[in-house]
Design a protein around this ligand. Sequence first.
Ligand code: URA
Length: 240
Amino acid sequence: MKPERLDKLLAAQSTFSRKDVKAMVRKGLVSVNGLVVKSADLKIDMEKDKVSLCGEPVSISKYSYIMMNKPAGVVSATRDNRERTVIDLVPQELLRDGLFPAGRLDKDTVGFLLITNDGDFAHRILSPKNHVPKTYIAQLDQPIDEEIMVKFEEGFALDLNTDCKPARLKILETGKRELVEVILIEGMYHQIKRMFEHFGRKVVHLQRIRMGALYLDESLAPGECRELTQDELKQITTKI
Ligand code: URA
């Protein structure tokens, strides 16, 4: 990766402007590899150099990957005139320019949402061609039967223009409010709800628990998020 100016890099990776960064450099608050920086135009190698702000290490990678435990009641968008968005929930210290939710969960769906500013990675994990599985737990208003199990496994036409690719379906708890696990490799609008609706079942609760091989971190309370490690990022593209 080509070296970048310190002020440009820090401004892109934080909510500080370039002017703010220059002021902090003048005050001696920025150091690189343990040495206080004298000039904001110092060239930084993102792979090797360690940057600190007021003594705290700053992540200077170009991209950011955040796991959110999405709560119900917020929309998967970057901006909305009326509704609270998932980006509104990202804490100040994790905010970066260009963050967006990689794929949408419905307003009432909860669980694992990836938020990033890496468009290529988002495309890679969302394109059905790449078969990155997304695992959901759905609670239904009625039990399912063998026909539904077979149709999910084979794939079926939702309507004249919409074909669903084969999905995996497993019953976790039988009963009046049946609990099932669904694994999809695509993410069409309201897909799971529409798939069950096709067979006269209503999804009463929906949670995404896994992307690729990476599970939602259960220590995150609804609405909380944290940055992913490089290893966790790899797990998203790992086959299950
Ligand atoms: N399927 C749905 O119906 N809704 C979601 O939010 C995700 C998958």
